[in-house]
Ligand binder design. Structure first.
Ligand SMILES: [Cu+2]
Length: 482
């Protein structure tokens, strides 16, 4: 139904032109120093189940990509080989690292050339659960970017582990076999807070200008945890009384995920790998694209359970994993949980407010329905990011405290992400908070979120919505830190 050539012309072409000269800078290892890790980017197969084997681009032929464990502050070296015919970028997400290693072409990071290699090295920080993924711009090409299987977990060993636990389990949530649709079903009842009327009105006005059919969205055929559809991987085997620390990553290209384990609750110890001030308990999890949650679960409800997505459709297409108690038997059971809306502020410092900002910056997010060859275009303060000029939107000064206020004049949830920095949530849907440090935050439909940024990484930092389709069609900005 969709002509790929037209799509590429509309979206991807600019980024490919930009790729060519930069690829020439790529160089091999200059010294005999041995790499700590080697990543090889190539086409491969993921056996989601014996009946569902998908072909996609992978790291080292596996999904998720190899688990990279670093020690905070200890320099690490990674060799990246690209066996594909297109330039690639590997972005270590949530790390405070220089542009050269960040894998974001918009900032000036070099590409890993097609059929070539590049060595990166950096000093990993901050500690906690991070991940790595491709950062190329697929535009309308669903065989590229985060639509592929290019994602893997990173854990930077902290000096002190938050919370006592018996064992750790890493879960990477990911969907496969994408296709375009014009009737998306993004989860809506995700976040607390009421829609703001003024933002709905702005959205309606924009809607009058951009009439016509709804812009394209991406749907998926199969879902899995750690590359296996529900009931097709090894179950998580637990014992009664065990405290399991789950590290959960939503490695989706654009979906919001939920996860529940019937009869159990989650005690949140870290968000995006950063320990939270208040370790609140919640009945289920909501994760925006690229968000991570570290949560302790006390295994006190014996049985064989489905730990799965609340969406019946996604779960029945694989989004879940079996949790099996020692000595329990029978078919895995799923029990639909009561609705629960996510509120970041319950994990903040109770009764405290963050330091006052030196400057406040406002951003209004507007959707232009179907404005780019059937794709929605996204604007920040009236400006869609230009891949041609790559002009930085603003200059920020190291050490100053900026309060960034985002107002969403659309009904979509946007997982906002800033590269090479963490930020502190200060107000979510009207509720003040302090002390929650993140690198991705979900901004609800017709809602507002504010976070404080104290820039510390000199150079360009890319800010964008982590919804692949949103970032590729305007929802990006460069902040220049001087
Ligand atoms: Cu978005």
């Amino acid at each position: 139904m969709i002509d790929r050539r037209t799509l590429l012309k509309a979206a991807g072409a600019a980024s490919l032109i930009g790729a060519a000269p930069r690829a020439l800078w790529a160089a091999g290892p200059e010294t005999a120093e041995k790499a700590d890790y080697t990543l090889r980017i190539a086409q491969g197969l993921v056996e989601l189940s014996p009946e569902h084997i998908v072909s996609t681009t992978l790291y080292n032929g596996q999904f998720p990509g190899p688990f990279l464990r670093f020690n905070e502050g200890k320099r690490t070296v990674i060799d990246i080989y690209n066996d594909t015919d297109a330039p690639e970028l590997v972005h270590p997400h949530g790390l405070i690292i220089p542009v050269d290693a960040d894998g974001a072409a918009e900032e000036g990071s070099p590409f890993v050339p097609a059929q070539g290699m590049r060595r990166i090295s950096f000093v990993p920080r901050p500690s906690g659960f991070r991940f790595y993924h491709t950062h190329v711009v697929p535009g309308g090409d669903l065989n590229r970017g985060t639509y592929t299987g290019q994602a893997g977990p990173i854990y930077i060993e902290p000096k002190n582990e938050p919370g006592a636990y018996d064992r750790e389990v890493f879960l990477v949530l990911k969907e496969f076999e994408p296709s375009f649709s014009q009737n998306g079903d993004m989860a809506m009842d995700v976040l607390t807070g009421a829609p703001i009327k003024e933002l709905q009105e702005i959205s309606e006005k924009a809607g009058e200008k951009f009439k016509g059919p709804k812009g394209y969205e991406v749907g998926y055929e199969f879902f899995g945890i750690n590359g296996k559809m529900l009931s097709h991987g090894e179950p998580i085997r637990v014992k009664q009384g065990e405290r399991v620390l789950f590290h959960i990553l939503n490695a989706s290209a654009g979906e919001i995920r939920s996860l529940a384990l019937p009869g159990h609750s989650f005690k949140i110890v870290a968000l995006d790998g950063n320990p939270v001030p208040s370790q609140a308990g919640v009945p289920l999890l909501w994760l925006g694209t690229a968000e991570r949650i570290s949560a302790l679960v006390e295994m006190n409800h014996p049985g064989v359970w489905v730990m799965g997505d609340l969406s019946d459709d996604d779960r029945s297409h694989g989004m879940g994993i079996v949790v099996e108690y020692a000595g329990a038997s029978g078919e895995p059971r799923w029990v639909k949980p009561e609705p629960y809306l996510w509120d970041y502020t319950i994990f903040g410092k109770a009764g405290e407010s963050p330091a006052s900002p030196d400057e406040t910056l406002d951003f209004l997010i507007v959707k232009e329905n179907g404005a780019l060859g059937g794709f929605n275009r996204w604007t920040l303060n009236g400006e869609a990011f230009s891949m041609e000029t790559m002009r930085p939107m603003l200059t920020v000064h190291k050490g100053r405290r900026y309060r960034l206020k985002f107002r969403n004049a659309s009904d979509d949830i946007h997982p906002l992400h800033l590269h090479r920095h963490s930020f502190e949530l200060v107000r979510v849907n009207g509720k003040p908070t302090a002390g929650v440090m993140k690198d991705v935050v979900m901004l609800g439909g017709y809602q507002e979120v504010e976070f404080d940024l104290v820039p510390e990484s000199p150079g360009l930092s890319l800010f964008h919505c982590h919804q692949q389709l949103h970032m590729d069609f305007g929802f990006m900005a460069l902040f220049n830190c001087v």
